[in-house]
Design a binder for this molecule. Structure first.
Ligand code: C5P
Length: 238
């Protein structure tokens, strides 16, 4: 087991338009805790001293990023994302020009996950560093999960083997770059970076994270996220 780790570049895909949320503005710019969802997320990422830069990937027509509290922060850099999440992440990775080294890593975190805890980010980094393998935060599934076709349950999955993939997800820069370029060529269905790494046959280590690190997708998630943040603040004060 090694312990070397170069720089860790953080990529925040934020180029989605948030159709499922149903608001005019993309969900990451919805007001949240006297700020916005994305700014709460970036604030936590900035508190992680191990991250070299926070590269935020935005939509080409984005009108809101300029109003972010962190847009001019020296550690924050903005790039234009792409049509798919993987295009956005790849464009973030390809924007890293200077000081990029072979032992660098890339940590990807959804703009729409503001409840992530610094302690979980640090545990993820530690696991990747110790094992020198890609790693993701994930939470075990406790419900019974059905495969459904035309509103009929056709299969029940073995829940003892099922985990919800969260972010951050952390990979060696050269692995994730290769994986995303090959995903582009082969058009896999990819909703997280780990699936591209899996397609390459590389290991993805699972690090259990807090289940309250939810992705805000529909309006009800906002209330839940707010409650989770209250709880986190109460715990840190108490
Ligand atoms: O659509 P979903 O909620 O899975 O998106 C997860 C994250 O990926 C969001 O932060 C969204 O803004 C981002 N995304 C992106 N580029 C796209 C599509 C989604 O950066 N083309």
């Amino acid at each position: 087991m090694g312990s070397d780790m170069g720089k860790i570049w953080c990529i925040v895909p934020a180029a989605g338009i948030g159709l499922r949320f149903g608001e005019e503005r993309p969900k990451q710019y919805i007001p949240f805790r006297s700020s916005t969802i994305i700014d709460v997320t970036i604030k936590t990422l900035l508190s992680c001293s191990k991250l070299e830069k926070i590269i935020v990937c935005i939509h080409p027509d984005d009108e809101y990023a300029q109003k972010s509290d962190y847009i001019n922060h020296p550690k924050v850099q903005v790039v234009i994302g792409g049509n798919e999440r993987s295009d956005s992440v790849l464009s973030g990775i390809q924007s890293i020009q200077t000081d990029k080294a072979d032992d660098d890593w890339v940590l990807v975190h959804d703009a729409a996950r503001p409840c992530v805890r610094l302690a979980d980010i640090n545990r993820l980094i530690k696991a990747a560093q110790i094992h020198q393998q890609g790693a993701i935060l994930a939470a075990p599934i406790h419900d019974t999960v059905k495969e459904v076709v035309n509103q009929l349950a056709v299969n029940t999955l073995d829940r003892t083997r099922l985990w919800r993939a969260l972010t951050p997800q952390l990979f060696k820069l050269k692995d994730i770059q290769t994986a995303l370029l090959s995903e582009n060529e082969n058009s896999y269905l990819m909703t997280d970076e780990a699936s591209a790494i899996e397609q390459l046959g590389l290991p993805v280590r699972i690090v259990e994270g807090h289940a309250d690190n939810i992705k805000i997708t529909v309006p009800a998630d906002l209330q839940l996220a707010n409650m989770y943040m209250d709880q986190q603040e109460e715990k840190s004060c108490g």
